[in-house]
Unconditional design. Sequence first.
Length: 665
Amino acid sequence: MSEGMRRAQVLLPFPGEGLFDYWVPEAVVPGQIVRVPFGRGAKLGIVWSLKADPSVPDERIKPVEAIWEGLPPLPEADRELLEFTARYYLAPLGEVVAAMLPPALRRRKREPRSKGRGEEGGTVPAGPLPELTEGQRAALEAVPRDGFSATLLHGITGSGKTEVYLRLVAECLAQGRQALLLVPEIALTPQLTERVHARFPSARIVCLHSEAPAGERSAAFVAAMRGEIDVVLGTRLAVFAPFVRLGLVVVDEEHDPSYKQFEGVPYSARDLAVWRARRWNVPIVLGSATPSLESWASCEAGRYRRVALSARASGQPLPTIELIDTAQTPAEEGVSAPLAQAIEATLARGEQALVFLNRRGYAPVVRCGHCGWVSRCPNCSVNLVFHRDDGRMHCHHCGYRETPPRSCPECGALDLQPVGRGTQRLEERLQALFPQARIARIDRDAVRTLAQWETLLEEVRAGRYDLLVGTQMMAKGHDFPSLTLVGVIGADAGLYAAEVRATERMFQQLIQVAGRAGRAGAPGRVLVQTEFPQHPLFRELAAHDYAAFAARTLAERRALRLPPFAFQALLRADDEALEPALAFLEAARTTGREIAGREGWPVKVFDPVPMRLVRLARRERAQLLVEGGRRPALHAFLERWVEALRGLPHPRSLRWRLEVDPLET
Ligand code: ADP
Ligand code: ZN
Ligand code: ZN
């Protein structure tokens, strides 16, 4: 026993439970950040509990290397956040804490200097503030300020949701408390940071996302722990930022699937944000023009309040949405005559037009006109997409690239054709139709970094382009003042997809992209090409009737007992071949059914199936769905099951993971 020391459990970012015993000075309290010797190096960890594991003899325990002085302990509420995340997502605690501690900080020897944007606090809004619209005023009145409440702010595009957030932030800062603002994408962080900074010039704001320089992320973490930050703004990883005086949580574009983390611990930042607000007993506002059906159902069930902003802040009407029946008016190389005419008229008025097609590349497949051979990825079960810019075929899943063969590898014919249409081909077509137009293509091939994106946004706003061709990157909450026409191509693709959420995603995307039109000045117009103008989804779209869409779709899901009326978890396994993956899942199914049967838990354990995209990056993948009508029973089952899974034998090359509340089944 060392003098003046006691044993404690320290939580380390480690692919496992991550709890290890160390000697710590008597005065140490849970939550303190410490550096400990580990293997041949050192690791940063959190003092987790002063209880120690008596099975480890004293002499095997090492003392901590250093206590991070000057850093207050991580508050209990944040330690509970880690525990909750581990419990809810059935993930080892050591992996969860890895999501919270910035990687650079973990490697660091000395404490970084903390710095936020803005200096020494002071959170008085810069005036003059815009006069609130009636809707905004009503929305602000409807958000309770005392204690926890979840409010779904269903505000149409351009209704001024951000102004509502800013007023709530103002109140929060005036009370000396901190606000957490989440956005789904890195590309949305600069504009919100700008607006928050312009409103609160002296507030200390940090912006957290995965592209932020490593040093900045560490510094932000330290500053946040010291309470030297007023506003934390960022993408999903910001949901783990430490707080000492959290007063408000806002999740913008709450429907966006990007809130879901896929690598590591598969968590939903939106759902964790709600948990955090409840734990801190503070209000959370979830904003969207197209709320997730989960949140919509939570309103119907009385768990969330719903507040609507149904007019644009500018007083502008919503754009008119017209359907072009391509069964009647065929689209020539993607563009129908009515759409071409509308683009021409828009350009003639000196306004901007956007053509939306959610598929990048030139052509989704290269095909032999003679024998029907198609270009396939050797590593994945998908076609290779032809890209005109580098003249190669790309796999959009694993990144594999290949020069198209001169002749068909099957029959030798020279008749190889790019088939179908992506944004590059559409751009080519539009350039041919409008030779004078300055066209910008906006997709992940053209815009790879945040810096490129910001430059492009500037150029578009400055009127450097007339015509934009874009994928769903364009459908997110950006403001393009001179954009008055939006054309939508290829919308039918999502209509009959097998995914539970395919039509929800499609409807959300279409409403969002339509919302880019006519946000300032001139009124907007949206033309949607479809072969199925009578489909209820398109009629609801044309009427801007999200409520009708939600009611109809929720009724369908209720009848089929699909989420949000059932709770799901997905066990996925992958290996070099399909058989071992399926064999593992079959064993998991047998064990699962035994457990559920023995305990009488109303949980359905389905049969394993190969995934739709069965081969990805040379690995074969299969999955098994588990469903329960009630969350507590499902979770009781999952806890027991995951323990059993950890003991199931499998080949070394096999990997498995469990995903709770999967978005794609
Ligand atoms: P949303 O996030 O709901 O799509 P924004 O908050 O971006 O909408 O607001 C759309 C536009 O309306 C912005 O240009 C914003 O500055 C403006 N705006 C918001 N509220 C008001 C207001 N009360 N008076 C005047 N303009 C407003
Ligand atoms: Zn051929
Ligand atoms: Zn591939």
